[in-house]
Design a protein around this ligand. Structure first.
Ligand code: TRP
Ligand code: ZN
Length: 868
C-alpha cells in the first residue's frame, strides 16, 4: 500500500459549505473521449469562500466562474479546491473522461454497445468535479450528444424537453428533471434498444408512460418486468397512498452491472438479470426476483428519492425501509409465509454471519473507508427487520400515520434515521427511546428462554434473558428493546389467552432488560410455548424444546411460519447432535419420530405446496456453520447429506407420489403453479438420491417445457452427482452458449459442483466462450458460487481453493474492486476454521495486502480481517 486510505466517521458530519440549486450538464459522447460540461448555480452557505468539489480519475479541461476563466483553484487528492469565490456564481467545469476504459462500472461506462452510468454511492465524481454528497440537491438539465445511428436512444432523468440533429451524423436530446436530487440519482443512457411500452393511470388520474429498454431481440423477455412495474405502482398507492410524480418512468436493462439495479430518478438502470425473463430462459426464482427488484427500485421513488439520505451513514434510512416495502409487496402479492421464510433464512444465514465477522457493523455504521463496502446484508436486510419491528410495535395503522408524517416533514430533503424514528414516535405515541439502540449496536443478540409451570397457582412463567456478544467493531453491548411475539397452546392445540396482572395482554412482549420474567395467569395445564413468532426480532433464540413439543408445534401452531420454524429447530437438534457423533467416529442417525413428523408434512392436505417445500428444505451448510465458533466443514457436509439421504430413503414413496401427482401440462407463472413446481422439484432433489434418481432426473430434463424444471433437473444431478450430470450440462451449454444470462445458471452449477475435480472444471469453464471476468454476473455465478456454495472444495485442506480465490481477487482488484470486495467475504471469516486452514487463508490475505495498487474496497476488508 502506498498510503493508507482515510476513514470517515458518522459523528464528523458537517453541513455543506455551498448549495447548488441548478446543474446543467452536456455530454458529448465518444467511446474513449467524452467531454462533460457541468454548469452549476452555486450559493455560499457558510463563511468560507472556499469550495471543495469531489473528483476522481478526471482530466480537467476548464474552470470558469461567471463565464470567465478562473485560476484560483488547486487539484488536490480526491478533488478540486476553488478559492476566492464570490457569494453566488455560475460555475462551469469541463472534464474529459474515458468510458471505454472504465471496467470498474462506476461513473460513465460502456455496457456492450451502450453508454450508461452508475453514480451511487460516489460515482458521479468520476464524471465531473461536483459536491458529490447526498445532501446537495439540485435541479438537473442534461443534454446528451452522440452518433445517431449507433445511439438512437439518448436518455436521462425527468422529461424530454428538446432534441435535434447535428452535422456528422450526430444528434442530441435534452432532458429536464423538475425534482431536485443528489448526484447519486443522476443517470444517462445512450444506445440502440428494443422498447416495450405501456402506460399507467395513477389514482389521481394522471397518465404515466412506461418504457422498458432491452437489447435488440429481447422484447419477448420484458413482459414480466412491465407487469411487475404496474403492480408496484398500484400497490404503493393502495398500501402506502404514494403516487408516482413524473410523466414518464423508464427502465433500461444492461448486461454489465455491479449490483441488482439502481433507482435513478425516472430512469432506473437494471442488471439485465432482474428484467429479462421468459419461460424458456428464466426460473420461477428469477421471476420472483424480478418482481421484488422492480418493486424495490420503484418504491425508492418515495423512500430514497423524494426523501433522500443526509449522508451515507444513513443508508439504511432508504435501504432498510425500501427492502421492508418490497418484502411487503411480495408478501401481499404471493404467499406471506413463504416470503417470510425466505427473508428469515437470509438473516439467520448470511446476515448473522456478517454480524459475527470482522466486518460487523450496526445498520447505521459509525466508520467507513469505502462506502461501496456498506451496501450490506446488515444495512439492507437487518435494516428491514428494524423497520419491521417498529411496524410490529406500532401496528399497521399507526405505522402508516408515521410514514405520512415522515413525508410531511421531510419531502424534498435529505433526512436521517433519527428523523424517521421521530416521525414514527410522534405519530404513534409509542416510546422508541431504547429501541433506537438497534441503529447503533452491531451484532446478534441471543435470547435465552426458560419456563416454569406452577400447577397449584395455575401460573406459567417465562424468563427471558438477552445477551449480545462483543463484536470486532464494538466492545460494549446494552440490552435492546425486543418485540417478542409468543403464543401458548394447550395439549389439544387450543390457544391459551395471555393474562398478566388480571388483564388480557398482547402477544408481543416488550423485552427490554438483560433478564426479565413474565408470569401468565389462569393457565390450566402445562402449555407448549410458540416463541419468537414470525421471527419478531433478528435474534438467536434458545429454548430447550423437547422433540415432542417441536413435533406438536409443527402440526398445531396457528401460523405457518411457526410450524416451519419448529421443523427447522427439530432438524437443528439432530444436525448438531450428529455433527458431534460424526466427530467422534460415529454414524448419522435420525429417529423414526422425526422422520414421521416430516412424513406428516408431506401427507398434509391443508398445507400449500410451496409451504411444504419450505418445510422439507434443510438449513444450508452456511447457516449451520453459523451455529459454531469453530466450523468442521466436512462433518457438517456429511451430516447434511446423510440426513437428506435418510429422509429420501424413508419417505421415498411419499416423495414419489407427490412428484407424479404434481406434474403440470401448460406452463404458467401464477403463484399456485410456482408453488407446485417448487414442491415437485423439492421431491426430485430427494428422489435423485435414491436408486431411480438418475433415470427420473434425466427424464425430467428431457421433458421440461420451462427453465425451472430444466434447472431443477440439472442441480439435482449436480448435488447427487448422478451419472447423467455431464450429459445434461453438455446439452445445456450447446443450447445456450451464446446467451450469457442463461449460461449463468450453468456457471453456478459448475461453481457449486461438490465433485472432486470441481476446481479443475471451474478453471476449464473460465475458458468457455460465454465467460468473462469483466462481467460481474458471470464472475458471481462461477467464482461466487465456488466461494459460497461449495464448502467442501473451497475449504479443501490442500489450500487450492483459497489459492484460486486469491488469484482471482488479485486480478479483480484492478479491474473491478467493487465486485472483488463482495467476493472476498468468505475469506474474511478465517478465524472460524482450524489452524492449518487459517494459515492458508491468511497467506492469501497477506498477499493482497502487499499489493501496491490495493483498492480501498479490499484494503478496508483485508485490514479488518487481519486484525481479527
Ligand atoms: N440503490 C441500489 C439499490 O437499491 C443499490 C445499488 C445499485 C448500488 N448499484 C449500486 C450501490 C452500485 C452501490 C454501488 O438497491
Ligand atoms: Zn435499494
Amino acid at each position: 500500500m502506498a498510503h493508507a486510505p482515510q476513514a470517515k466517521y458518522r459523528n464528523d458530519y458537517q453541513s455543506p459549505s455551498h448549495e447548488i440549486t441548478d446543474l446543467d450538464l452536456t455530454f458529448d459522447l465518444h467511446d474513449t473521449e467524452t467531454l462533460v460540461t457541468a454548469v452549476s448555480q452555486v450559493k455560499q452557505l457558510q463563511e468560507s469562500a472556499t469550495l471543495f468539489l469531489d473528483g476522481e480519475n478526471l482530466n480537467l479541461k476548464g474552470v470558469e466562474v461567471n463565464g470567465e476563466q478562473w485560476s484560483h483553484y488547486q487539484q488536490v487528492d480526491g478533488g478540486l479546491e476553488l478559492t476566492e469565490l464570490p457569494k453566488q456564481f455560475e460555475l462551469t467545469i469541463t472534464t474529459l473522461i474515458n468510458p471505454e476504459a472504465n471496467t470498474a462500472l462506476e461513473g460513465l461506462y460502456k455496457s456492450g454497445g451502450a453508454f450508461c452510468t452508475q453514480c451511487e454511492a460516489e460515482g458521479f465524481r468520476r464524471i465531473t468535479y461536483y459536491m458529490d454528497r447526498p445532501d446537495v440537491l439540485a435541479r438537473y438539465t442534461t443534454k446528451v450528444i452522440a452518433d445517431k445511428e449507433q445511439f438512437p436512444f439518448l436518455l436521462s432523468n425527468g422529461n424530454r424537453i428538446a432534441e435535434g440533429d447535428l452535422s456528422g451524423g450526430r444528434h442530441w436530446v435534452q432532458w429536464q428533471d423538475p425534482h431536485p436530487k443528489p448526484a447519486y440519482l443522476f443517470a444517462l443512457v445512450a444506445g440502440d434498444f428494443d422498447v416495450l411500452r405501456d402506460q399507467y393511470v395513477t389514482q389521481s388520474g394522471r397518465n404515466v408512460a412506461l418504457e422498458i429498454f432491452v437489447d435488440k431481440g429481447n422484447l419477448d423477455r420484458a413482459h414480466h418486468a412491465m407487469t411487475s412495474l404496474i403492480n408496484s405502482m398500484k400497490w404503493d398507492e393502495t398500501r402506502f397512498n404514494l403516487e408516482y410524480d413524473l410523466d414518464i418512468y423508464m427502465i433500461v436493462a444492461v448486461d454489465f452491472f455491479n449490483m441488482g439495479a439502481m433507482e435513478n430518478k425516472g430512469l432506473n438502470i437494471f442488471n439485465s438479470k432482474f428484467v429479462l425473463a421468459n419461460e424458456k430462459t428464466a426460473t420461477d426464482t428469477d421471476y420472483l426476483g424480478i418482481e421484488a427488484v422492480i418493486g424495490h427500485e420503484y418504491f425508492h421513488n418515495w423512500t430514497g428519492n423524494r426523501v433522500t439520505c443526509r449522508d451515507w451513514f444513513q443508508l439504511s434510512l432508504k435501504e432498510g425501509l425500501t427492502v421492508f416495502r418490497d418484502q411487503e409487496f411480495s408478501s401481499d402479492l404471493g404467499s406471506r409465509a413463504v416470503n417470510r421464510i425466505g427473508n428469515v433464512r437470509i438473516i439467520r444465514g448470511p446476515q448473522f454471519a456478517e454480524d459475527a465477522s470482522p466486518m460487523s457493523h450496526p445498520i447505521r455504521p459509525e466508520k467507513v473507508i469505502e462506502m461501496n463496502n456498506f451496501y450490506t446484508l446488515t444495512v439492507y436486510e437487518k435494516g428491514s427487520e428494524v423497520i419491521r419491528m417498529m411496524h410490529t410495535l406500532l401496528g399497521e395503522v399507526a405505522f402508516q400515520k408515521g410514514m405520512a408524517l415522515y413525508f410531511e416533514r421531510h419531502d424534498g430533503t435529505a433526512a436521517t434515521c433519527e428523523d424517521f424514528v421521530e416521525a414514527m414516535e410522534d405519530a404513534s405515541g409509542v416510546d422508541l427511546k431504547q429501541f433506537r439502540l438497534w441503529y447503533s449496536q452491531s451484532g446478534t443478540p441471543t435470547v435465552t428462554v426458560t419456563s416454569e409451570y406452577d400447577a397449584s397457582s395455575l401460573t406459567y412463567a417465562l424468563t427471558i434473558e438477552q445477551k449480545t456478544e462483543t463484536t470486532q467493531d464494538q466492545s460494549e453491548k446494552y440490552a435492546l428493546h425486543i418485540p417478542f411475539d409468543i403464543e401458548l397452546y394447550s395439549s389439544n392445540g387450543d390457544v391459551i389467552e395471555l393474562r398478566c396482572n388480571n388483564q388480557k395482554i398482547s402477544n408481543v412482549l416488550n423485552v427490554t432488560q438483560d433478564k426479565q420474567t413474565f408470569v401468565f395467569e389462569n393457565v390450566a395445564e402445562q402449555p407448549v410455548p410458540s416463541l419468537l413468532r414470525e421471527f419478531s426480532a433478528p435474534v438467536k433464540l434458545e429454548y430447550a424444546y423437547s422433540d415432542n413439543e417441536l413435533i406438536f408445534l409443527m402440526v398445531h401452531a396457528r401460523n405457518e411460519f411457526a410450524r416451519w420454524d419448529a421443523g427447522q429447530m427439530l432438524l437443528a437438534k439432530y444436525i448438531q447432535s450428529n455433527v458431534e457423533a460424526v466427530r467422534h467416529g460415529q454414524s448419522v442417525t435420525l429417529p423414526d419420530s422425526v422422520v414421521d413428523a416430516f412424513r406428516g408434512v408431506l401427507l398434509s392436505e391443508e398445507l400449500e405446496p410451496a409451504f411444504i417445500a419450505e418445510m422439507m428444505s434443510l438449513p444450508s451448510h452456511n447457516e449451520v456453520s453459523g451455529w459454531y465458533k469453530c466450523v468442521d466443514v466436512d462433518a457438517i457436509a456429511l451430516v447434511l447429506k446423510a440426513i437428506k439421504l435418510t429422509l429420501a430413503t424413508e419417505l421415498e414413496d411419499e416423495f414419489s407420489a407427490i412428484y407424479h401427482s404434481l406434474e403440470q401440462g401448460e406452463y404458467s407463472v401464477d403463484h399456485a403453479a410456482i408453488g407446485k413446481r417448487s414442491l415437485r422439484n423439492m421431491a426430485l432433489q430427494y428422489l435423485a438420491m435414491t436408486e431411480k434418481g438418475n433415470e427420473l432426473v434425466q427424464l425430467q430434463y428431457q421433458k421440461a417445457n420451462n427453465m425451472t424444471d430444466t434447472i431443477a433437473a440439472m442441480s439435482a444431478a449436480n448435488s447427487a452427482q448422478l451419472a447423467c450430470r455431464e450429459d445434461l450440462l453438455k446439452d445445456y451449454s450447446s443450447q445456450w452458449k451464446h446467451d450469457g444470462l442463461v449460461m449463468d445458471k450453468w456457471f453456478a452449477i459448475q461453481g457449486s459442483n461438490p465433485g472432486e475435480n470441481a476446481l479443475e472444471v471451474i478453471r476449464e469453464s473460465m475458458a468457455h466462450e460465454a465467460f468473462s471476468l469483466k462481467n460481474p454476473n458471470r464472475t458471481r455465478s462461477l467464482i461466487g458460487s465456488f466461494l459460497n456454495m461449495n464448502p467442501v472444495n473451497f475449504h479443501a485442506k490442500s489450500g487450492e481453493g483459497y489459492r484460486f480465490a486469491g488469484e482471482i481477487l488479485r486480478e479483480m482488484n484492478s479491474s473491478n474492486p467493487q465486485v472483488a470486495s463482495r467476493l472476498i467475504d468468505p475469506l474474511l471469516k478465517f478465524r472460524k476454521y482450524d489452524e492449518e486452514r487459517q494459515a492458508l487463508i491468511i497467506a492469501e490475505l497477506e498477499s493482497l495486502k502487499a499489493m501496491d495498487n490495493l483498492a480501498n474496497d479490499l484494503f478496508e476488508k483485508v485490514t479488518k480481517a487481519l486484525e481479527s
